[in-house]
Design a protein around this ligand. Structure first.
Ligand SMILES: N[C@@H](CCC(=O)N[C@@H](CS)C(=O)NCC(=O)O)C(=O)O
Length: 253
């Protein structure tokens, strides 16, 4: 009896391994993920180890806003990855080898595939599994979503860096960066969030997760000022994100 069970198990393993090797990286990871999450106790240790070894490696830095948004999407998708915390002042050679630009986050698959842009990582994860419909409405709002995220990553990020490090940008005062440069983008977010709970309606979408980590940095520069600011709706959105179990879970040390 024990022998028959072991045999069936071995055949299943063989088929699964064979099947996994035939599938694309995405499907293989999906399969690995399914097996590991649905049958964690049934899997023999060595199978679990084999599949664990196939988990994509996520090079990340805890406080980096780009890495945070990648971790948010990965977390919500339920896909398992092995996180490798990087010291930006001492980057691992393995990271530089797979991604010479050596920014985080970077996702590295067992087959050598590399995704080295945070938004691409988010889209990859959500394309595989999007239980909370973060990509919903993209057909309609696709362009708006991309435009808003792009403005965040360019204009707002620049204003944010100036506000955070005014000594490096002596052209204007810190207050100018906070109240003028950053206000263009934050004002647009405030308008949206005064109308709906999230940036593209009453449910979280990709844009909320992609933008929140940057607003968090802005707020943190002078949290007392932010808490007393006229950004009433933005503050509510920021505070809800900050307190959410999802955000907390990707910030754990
Ligand atoms: N466009 C990249 C930007 C990533 C990025 O700039 N990450 C910062 C950390 S927040 C980084 O790795 N900087 C490299 C360094 O500091 O050496 C992405 O979206 O993934």
């Amino acid at each position: 009896m024990a022998c028959a069970v072991a045999w069936r198990c071995a055949v299943r393993l063989m088929l699964e391994n064979e099947l996994a090797s035939e599938l694309s990286t995405k499907l293989a990871n999906k399969l690995a993920n399914k097996l590991l999450t649905k049958h964690p106790n049934k899997s023999p240790d060595n199978q679990a180890r084999k599949l664990e070894n196939k988990l994509p490696a996520l090079y990340t830095f805890r406080r980096c806003p780009y890495a945070i948004r990648a971790r948010l999407a990965i977390k919500v998708s339920g896909i398992r990855v092995e996180e490798i915390e990087v010291k930006l002042s001492d980057k691992p050679a393995a990271l530089i080898a797979i991604s010479p630009k050596a920014t985080v986050p970077v996702l590295h698959f067992a087959d050598g595939t590399v995704i080295e842009e945070s938004l691409d990582i988010m889209r990859w994860a959500l394309a595989l599994h999007d239980p909370d419909s973060w990509l919903a409405g993209r057909a309609k709002d696709n362009e708006d979503t991309d435009t808003l995220i792009n403005t965040n990553d360019t204009n707002f990020k620049q204003a944010l860096d100036c506000y955070k490090y005014p000594d490096r940008f002596p052209e204007h005062t810190q207050q100018h960066y906070r109240d003028v440069d950053a206000a263009v983008f934050l004002g647009a977010l405030e308008t949206r969030l005064s109308e709906t709970r999230f940036l593209f309606g009453n449910n979280i979408t990709l844009a909320d997760a992609a933008i929140f980590p940057f607003v968090r940095q802005y707020a943190a520069v002078d949290i007392d000022w932010f808490n007393a600011s006229a950004y009433v709706a933005l503050r509510g959105w920021h505070d809800a994100w900050q307190a959410s179990a999802l955000f907390q879970s990707v910030m754990r040390k």
